[in-house]
Ligand binder design. Structure first.
Ligand code: G6P
Ligand code: MN
Length: 445
């Protein structure tokens, strides 16, 4: 039986991840056939660069897909089954500010965690809401699968501002970690692992891991993580991960794990549990934003230009990563009713028993045509509960600050973050962030 072909729009057509998603979509034409693929972006020049290469790739590998790129919302969002969104409001230049301003005050400077994530959140909220509104206006039956960061704050904003929207907020970090786990265990793919996990986005813990036969994988994983974190081995030269900063994050999971050896942690917890270490190892003049601009962004744009000039992608280095794999798998589950189990960011409603039922949590869900159905993870221990409650309030305060245009609430949000040492430091960081974000944030009073 042949599957019904889908129409997808990628919002954030100029993203460094877009070409990888296209590669993954092409690779999956049997499992997730496309009739139409559209790019949408507000930055036409940036999108054109990616689009002209993808046009070559699609012509060469999947000419049945009707491809176009546009900055016109009506054209982009009409006749669409799925919106795959990964936008970055303010671009990498603002990521650099989000990372560098907190560092000046000895505070973690990170894209999604701490003050940087809150600043980014204030920029992302109106733009993601705008995408939802376009989708609802032009393709009310469609699903939006949203990678746009900071996913935790964006998810809370969509819960408050568009509670009935067909949006699913997602993150590829657990998938990336599970890939490393599969390597550690000698399994072929992370899809062989069945997990139980609870927390918030970039803030969670695994409690159980089994293979498909039900064998417990936790003892072997714990033994490894205790010594090496999620990296393959301690010695350099044989890392699972190509980039030094990511390798460090995967190795640091060893110390994050030590705080609670009952569970296996998300790597992002290092920013909350070892902020002193993170700040001490940061370079205030060259943060992750600079690395990405000099590496991934430069590579992708040069490669797109090369493919366009040669008018062929036979020898291209553009690859489909886990980011792409996960979103395509999710779309497939919704379109073709596969009942796959996936970690999604959803309203708690009792999935984590002793956490605020209105919190946006990350838990395993069963995904089918009906949407997603969260699995109950039960009650969680005091340590995680305390950390989660604090962080949920931070995320809720940011969204309240946005909705009420409240300086006071945003100051409270920064002050409450585990990454920030005092209200005084929070205020200094906030005041600098307001200055550089005038173009994007609502005016606070
Ligand atoms: C992971 C996270 C994303 C985050 C990305 C940053 O994939 O899940 O939320 O945006 O890492 O990676 P980068 O290479 O840009 O620092
Ligand atoms: Mn993420």
């Amino acid at each position: 039986m042949s599957l019904q072909a889908q129409s997808v729009v990628i919002a954030g057509g100029g993203s460094t991840y877009t070409a990888g998603i296209v590669m993954m979509l092409i690779k999956n034409q049997e499992k997730f056939p496309l009739r139409r693929l559209t790019f949408y972006d507000t930055n036409q020049a940036r999108q054109d660069l990616v689009a002209k290469a993808c046009e070559v790739i699609i012509k060469e590998r999947a000419p049945h897909i009707a491809f176009s790129a546009t900055t016109d919302p009506k054209q982009a969002f009409s006749d669409v089954d799925f919106v795959m969104a990964h936008i970055r409001v303010g671009g990498m230049k603002m990521r650099e500010q989000d990372e560098k301003i907190p560092l000046k005050y000895g505070v973690v400077g990170q894209e999604t965690c701490g003050p940087g994530g809150m600043a980014y959140g204030m920029r992302s909220i109106p733009a993601v809401i705008q995408l939802i509104d376009y989708m609802e206006q032009y393709s009310p039956e469609a699903w939006m699968l949203n990678y746009s960061n900071p996913a935790a704050i964006v998810a809370e904003a969509t819960r408050r501002l568009r509670p009935d929207a067909k949006i699913i907020n997602i993150c590829d970090m657990p998938v990336a970690i599970k890939k490393s786990m599969a390597d550690i265990l000698g399994l072929e793919s992370e899809n062989e692992i069945v997990d139980r996990y609870y927390g918030l986005n970039h803030f969670g813990w695994w409690t159980e891991m089994t293979d498909r036969k039900g064998n417990d994988l936790m003892p072997k994983l714990k033994e490894h993580v205790k010594n090496y974190g999620y990296a393959a081995v301690e010695e350099e030269g044989n890392p699972l991960l190509g980039e030094a900063s990511w390798l460090d994050t995967f190795q640091k999971a060893k110390d994050v794990y030590a705080v609670d050896p009952e569970t296996l942690p998300n790597t992002y917890l290092k920013y909350y549990l070892y902020p002193d270490y993170v700040v001490a190892h940061a370079d205030q003049t060259r943060t992750r934003a600079n690395e990405v601009m000099e590496n991934r962004e430069k590579h992708i744009f040069e490669e797109c230009q090369r493919v366009f000039e040669k008018q062929t992608a036979v020898d291209t280095s553009i690859e489909a990563g886990e980011h792409a794999e996960f979103i395509v798998q999710l779309a497939g589950a919704l379109a073709y009713n596969t009942y796959e189990r996936m970690l999604l960011i959803v309203e708690n409603k009792g999935a984590i028993l002793n956490v605020d039922s209105e919190a946006m949590v990350e838990v395993p869900c069963i995904v089918s045509k009906r949407g997603y159905e969260p699995l109950c993870m039960g009650a969680i221990p005091e340590f995680q509960k305390g950390m989660i409650e604090q962080q949920v309030s931070v995320e809720k305060l940011v969204v309240q600050a946005y909705m009420e245009q409240s300086y006071q609430k945003l100051w409270q949000a920064l002050t409450l973050s585990k990454t920030v040492p005092s209200a005084a430091v929070a205020k200094q960081i906030l005041d600098e962030m307001i200055e550089v974000n005038q173009e994007w944030w609502p005016r606070l009073h």
